[in-house]
Write a protein that binds this ligand. Structure first.
Ligand SMILES: [Zn+2]
Length: 656
């Protein structure tokens, strides 16, 4: 028989394999369950010379074990700084560094010299010092900077492979999945320096150490480490009332202009509380910094150049504030799900414009984002999904796709769900995942009651799928009836793009009713082959009505006549006529199959005023019409050949 005792060598091998597997930390785009849960960071941090970015720190991490193990170790991240010593429950402990600076999971691992059991607590205390750095590269963003008399930290990088950059100043388990409370005592040279940070400021009564000042901050709500920050500067504060206190840190040079730029922030907080649920934290804070903006929990780092604009609408402030719900209160489990933060914050810019200026301005803002994605961003970054997108150039950790395409995708969720269904879904997501983390699945389940049978298709097509619908429209004259055929044709050129059965398409048309001509402004959907057909008197517009704007491209509009049409001979000179592109920006082309006769082209606006007239001469098969002077909007192109005038809808959407 084989031996029933496992040889000591094999046992050692098994133990090492098991513990190596357990020991893997989560990477920026994956989540590996750990047997610890950090409860709280308690930091004493001194910045002896802010302009030099120097730090002397002592950070206690209080952690709870979530499972038992005969031996355990704890990983923490800290980059570019020197570790002086590490204590476990006040006893010196060994620490090893795993990986080098090029690794996306480079971390330090401290051995805990006892068996652990579930719910047992331990404290790990790390002493370190050095000069704080940042993500590096051509234009560093994440990490620590000193510019324009402000020393500050931004919590994520654009080009670094490890994404979260709090490890450039705080020893912590630097992964969004492990949220903890944060308490910090910051010591800085006495006057004029002040420190802004997360949570509530607790006044620290002097006497302070000779020549030094102490600022204490406490964030009692769990926070993902990438949302922790500080800013040290000769700041002044501006305070405003609202549903919670609002405080703004500015240099005195900027305080008058900042007060105007931030003046509507309390109303923004109220607006988002109405849509997403009560503001989840104790204060709203902004601090002016050179680089930004970054949605640090309750202390947003905000670009001073924008704060100086006197722009009270301040959509950037609205974007960062909306992150307090999407990103901060409910954080992504890992950075594959960054769309759950950026798409919703960018959508919120449009919702804020709607609050201030009404629904037509909201739709215009959504349309501009759709245009900028389809015309510019998809060309520069490539075409990819919102979830788990590529990060290498020309993309990045935060590609514009998840902002601009993402905002339109959220607007389409709302169009399908209806305002009430959308608001309850957002509040459901916020309350179910409050102060925790989420994945795409959590958002999908929160929306399911509102999106109903379209839920799975919507997420497959818009969140994990790529591309967008491209439509050809045929307007078929058949006697007095007009048959509209809208067909998705994107797979002709892009076979990997899906057919979008969950595209909410806002169609406006007229129809003969009992009391005259009715105008209908409705949302319709294509079938599983990407086809939508209906009859009307006149098609007025596609994706340009008063209901919604979607991520859709109208490639061409063609006029066709059916054999059964008794007037076929009379109108043959304009049969098979195509208008493209539509939507247009600076010009459109009329293509004619039959160019024997000349035709007159007239473009009118929705009020019926003629804006442009032109003649396409006989034998002119391609007729170019400049639309450069037309504002964005919906128009009709009237084509007359001296017999029956016909009408084609035209949309002008010039990108910003
Ligand atoms: Zn954002």
């Amino acid at each position: 028989m084989t031996n029933y005792l496992i040889s000591p060598m094999i046992l050692l091998f098994l133990l090492l394999t098991c513990c190596t597997a357990l020991a893997q930390v989560s990477g920026p785009t994956d989540y590996r369950p750990q047997i610890f849960d950090v409860q709280r960071y308690d930091a004493s941090i001194e910045f002896p010379d802010p302009a030099q970015r120097t730090i002397i720190a002592d950070v206690t991490m209080i952690l709870k074990w979530t499972a038992g193990a005969p031996s355990a170790s704890f990983p923490f991240h800290l980059r570019g700084l020197t570790i002086d010593s590490v204590l476990v429950n006040a006893q010196r402990a060994d620490v090893v560094t795993i990986g080098d600076a090029s690794s996306d999971t480079m971390h330090h691992r401290v051995t805990v010299a006892h068996a652990v059991t579930a719910d047992m607590m331990d404290t790990i205390r790390v002493f370190y010092h050095g000069t704080m750095t940042n993500e590096g590269g051509a234009s560093p963003w994440g990490g620590v900077h000193y510019n324009d008399s402000v020393l500050y930290a931004l919590g994520v990088g654009f080009s670094n492979n490890y994404v979260s950059t709090t490890q450039h100043w705080l020893a912590c388990y630097d992964h969004p999945s492990d949220k903890a409370t944060f308490f910090a005592r910051f010591t800085v040279p006495f006057s004029p320096w002040k420190v802004a940070s997360n949570g509530i400021e607790i006044f620290t009564r002097p006497p302070w150490p000779e020549g030094k000042a102490i600022f204490t901050w406490s964030e009692s709500h769990p926070t993902s480490t990438y949302l922790l920050t500080f800013a040290v500067a000769p700041y002044r504060t501006i305070e405003m009332d609202g549903v919670v206190p609002h405080v703004f840190y500015t240099l005195s040079r900027d305080s008058a202009r900042s007060a105007r730029s931030y003046s509507l922030v309390p109303r923004m907080t109220q607006t988002f509380a109405d849509i997403y649920g009560a503001y989840p934290f104790d204060k709203v804070g902004y601090c002016n910094t050179v680089k930004g903006a970054m949605e640090h929990q309750t202390m947003i780092s905000f670009p001073v150049s924008i704060a100086q604009r006197n722009d009270t609408i301040n959509v950037t402030a609205a974007h960062e504030l909306a992150h307090q719900w999407f990103g901060d209160c409910v954080s992504p489990l890992d950075f594959r799900y960054a769309w759950l933060t950026e798409s919703f914050a960018t959508y919120s810019e449009c919702a804020w414009l709607e609050e201030l200026r009404g629904d037509s301005v909201y739709r215009k803002a959504v349309q501009e984002k759709a245009n900028s994605y389809m015309k510019t961003i998809s060309k520069s970054e490539g075409v990819f999904a919102l979830e788990n997108f590529p990060r290498i150039a020309p993309s990045s950790n935060y590609p514009q796709t998840i902002y601009q395409k993402g905002a339109v995708v959220v607007a389409m969720m709302r169009a399908i769900a209806g305002d009430e269904g959308f608001t309850s879904a957002m509040k459901r997501y916020q309350s179910v995942r409050k102060y925790g983390t989420a994945t795409t699945l959590d958002m999908k389940e929160a929306l399911r009651p509102a999106l109903g049978s379209k839920t799975d298709a919507f997420f497959d097509e818009w969140v994990t799928g790529i591309g967008w619908p491209q439509l050809n429209i045929e307007i078929g004259q058949d006697g007095s009836d007009t048959k509209i055929t809208i067909q998705q044709v994107q797979q002709n050129l892009h076979p990997t793009w899906p057919i979008f059965t969950s595209l909410p398409l806002n169609v406006v048309y007229t129809r003969n009713g009992f009391a005259g001509i009715d105008t209908l402004d409705v949302v319709m959907y294509c079938d599983s082959t990407g086809l939508l057909e209906f009859n009307c008197t006149n098609l007025l517009s596609v994706n340009a009505g008063a209901r919604c704007r979607s991520l859709v491209e109208l490639l061409r509009t063609t006029l066709v006549f059916y054999e059964s049409n008794s007037g076929f001979d009379n109108v043959s000179s304009i049969a098979g006529l195509t208008l493209a592109p539509n939507p247009a920006n600076d010009s459109i082309t009329l293509d004619r199959l039959d160019a024997r006769a000349s035709i007159n082209v007239r473009i009118i606006d929705l009020q019926g005023s003629t804006l442009h007239t032109q003649t396409c001469a006989a034998n002119e098969t391609h007729c170019l019409i400049s639309t450069r002077s037309f504002p964005n909007g919906v128009y009709s192109v009237i084509i007359e050949d001296g017999k029956t005038p016909i009408r084609l809808p035209l949309v002008i959407t010039r990108g910003e």
